[in-house]
Design a binder for this molecule. Structure first.
Ligand code: M6R
Length: 607
């Protein structure tokens, strides 16, 4: 969704800002804008459409070494140049870019309008520069703090004052901002991807903090003016700006990175000899784990599907009751939070508003939530305080692929650890640990020779309706396969538990309806195969995703794709691969915008 970049430097800032916005394009946006401080005052440029359109409209060699820029994903007010950020106060000497939503904007706006201020946009953001102006008497930081104390809602903001041409002010409440400490320049961004090519020394701003960026560094205070010491961190190489290389799209690249991303998630965490896992982040002793009476996993979208696999694995292996909950629903159901329940928030971005809301609800009720997060320093990672980083590295395609398999891997590691404190013997634990360690090579082997994915894409690309089905772990995989096909190819489809299919979706079967069945050689294989017979008998064209060396399952499909064999609880790590490729190949055939599908954003920071 919206993105912010800023810089107080010594060289021309416009190219840094445009490049920073380009790095944030993957998050989704519909307009862009930029402001720089020039000797004659603030200059603001805004454009609907792509960052490239904004860049084309900038004057050649635009002067100024201090500036900020924004990509907007419309919430309040349509997609138009006047609604794009930055917004300025009536004098044009204070400019603001903003991520988040000002909930009391209508009241503030009416009050300011009564005082004679004329608004130029329909956005909630425009109240901020006007409000800052009403408090400004020469001290920019004090004016920003005073204005922010009147705002309700969420914000990550950057503010420029023409009167203070060497400063950029930033503040955060619920919308991420990270400050980059370079040589003689200080940068700001809503996502470290816009900074890492300049510096890996960063400070993650916390909620309630206001930072003043200068060429010398950063000064941070709380809203009441109390000074805070910034905690400087060094970003790992894994967060360096990814290069698409020879791959046609980031999605394709990220699918093929999975052997390495899963290996990274496992690195140093599997104790093969002891048949258990070692997870520093959760910081739980075996004794603590023995006290866990229930596990609840909170997530949205693909992360919810990973959480579904995790919940099933925890119940199956550790015999601890576990469920995956859709965060946007969970937060409003007045959830029951028990002392012996441990919650996990599962999120690639760590910025999903619904998941953050669910975490706060659990915390308000006294519950303990751990994060299973990819993005280091993200809001969820910070809100949870401890948890497991999944180490996928940057995932730029909107459709999540490698983050899914890393989330599943992290949850399986936790499952193994938990199960060893109760149900699992050392011998059994070793079998799981060894199977986990084999997964990266098996993923690589499958991706080398993925089977007839093109033929399956041919079958589904013009379908009026397609069905994905599976039982148990494979139902979660079917859900993920259908979500991917919708997101990337816009093909109408749904996923159902194979046994539930006859209670409704079977009515959709007609001659040629594509049905993708996920049926590895597991405890429910026979049952799933009988469901295959039911759809076949009604004219469906069946695609079977099965384990290698299962000719009976293969023979039941019009098309069949084999994946390497593994334990049932690990099977999603392999069976999901053909479904990711299917969505990708179908999207390519249909000419879709693969890495930035319509209407979607990489991190969904609104409810
Ligand atoms: O960043 P998160 O994992 O919290 O995001 C949750 C969903 O928005 C996300 O998984 C979404 O479904 C993806 N576009 C899936 O490809």
């Amino acid at each position: 969704m919206c993105g912010i970049v800023g810089c107080v430097g010594q060289r021309r800032v416009a190219p840094i800002l445009v490049e920073g916005l380009r790095r944030l394009e993957y998050r989704g946006y519909d307009s862009a804008g930029l402001a720089v401080i020039r000797p004659e005052g603030l200059s603001v440029f805004r454009e609907v459409g792509r960052v490239a359109d904004l860049a084309r409209g900038l004057p050649d060699e635009l002067e100024g070494s201090v500036g900020m820029a924004h990509t907007r994903w419309a919430t309040h007010g349509g997609v138009s140049r006047k609604n794009a950020h930055p917004h300025v106060d009536a004098t044009g000497r204070i400019a603001v870019v903003h991520n988040g939503i000002v909930e009391n904007a209508p009241e503030i706006r009416s009050r300011l309008e009564r005082d004679g201020i004329r608004f130029r946009s329909e956005t909630d953001t425009e109240v901020i520069p006007h409000l800052i102006r009403t408090f400004y008497a020469g001290d920019p930081q004090q004016a920003v703090r005073a204005a922010l104390q009147r705002l309700q809602g969420t914000y990550g903001i950057a503010v420029l004052f023409a009167d203070h041409p060497d400063l950029l002010i930033a503040a955060r409440n619920g919308s991420p901002l990270v400050i980059g400490l370079g040589e003689g320049e200080t940068l700001l961004a809503s996502d470290s991807q816009a900074l890492v090519q300049y510096t890996r020394r960063v400070v993650f701003l916390s909620d309630g903090e206001v930072a003043v960026l200068s060429r010398e560094g950063v000064d941070t205070t709380l809203l009441d003016g109390v000074r805070v010491d910034p905690a400087i961190q060094q970003l790992d190489e894994e967060w360096d700006v990814p290069d698409r290389g020879d791959w046609a799209h980031f999605m394709e690249k990220e699918i093929h990175e999975q052997p390495e991303s899963i290996r990274r998630c496992l690195r140093g965490r599997v104790l093969a000899r002891e048949g258990t896992a070692k997870l520093g982040g959760p910081d739980m002793t075996p004794r603590d784990l023995l006290g866990v009476g229930r596990v609840e996993l909170l997530a949205c979208g693909t992360s919810f599907h990973a959480a579904t696999v995790g919940a099933m694995a925890i119940e199956r292996l550790a015999r601890v009751p576990a469920s995956a909950r859709i965060a946007s629903e969970f937060r409003y159901r007045n959830p029951i939070v028990n002392r012996d329940t441990i919650f996990f928030a599962v999120s690639q971005s760590g910025e999903t508003a619904d998941t953050l809301g669910a975490v706060r609800e659990v915390q308000t009720k006294g519950g303990e939530v751990l994060g299973i997060v990819n993005v280091v320093g993200s809001s969820l990672a910070r809100a949870c305080g401890r948890g497991i980083y999944v180490h996928s590295g940057p995932e730029l395609a909107v459709a999540s692929t490698k983050a899914f398999t890393s989330q599943v891997t992290a949850l399986l590691l936790f499952t193994l650890l938990l199960a060893r404190t109760r149900t699992l013997s050392g011998h059994e634990g070793r079998a799981v640990a060894e199977a986990l360690l084999r997964i990266p090579d098996q993923v690589a082997a499958y991706l080398e020779d993925p089977g007839p994915v093109e033929a399956v894409a041919d079958l589904v690309q013009h379908a009026r309706y397609a069905l994905f089905m599976g039982r148990g772990f494979s139902h979660a995989v079917a859900l993920e396969g259908a979500l991917k096909l919708k997101e990337v190819a816009y093909v109408p489809c749904e996923a159902y538990p194979a046994g539930e299919m006859k209670h409704g979706p079977i009515a959709m079967m007609e001659e040629g309806t594509p049905v993708v069945v996920v049926v590895p050689d597991d405890s429910v294989r026979e049952k799933t195969l009988s469901n295959v017979q039911e759809v076949r008998a009604r004219g469906a064209r069946v695609v079977v995703v099965h384990s290698e060396g299962d000719p009976e399952a293969a023979a039941m499909g019009d098309l069949s794709i084999a994946v390497p064999r593994t334990l049932e609880i690990l099977s999603p790590l392999l069976t999901v691969l053909p479904l990711q490729l299917l969505a990708y190949r179908t999207g390519v055939r249909l000419g879709r915008d693969i890495d930035r599908p319509r209407n979607l954003a990489k991190s969904v920071t609104v409810e």
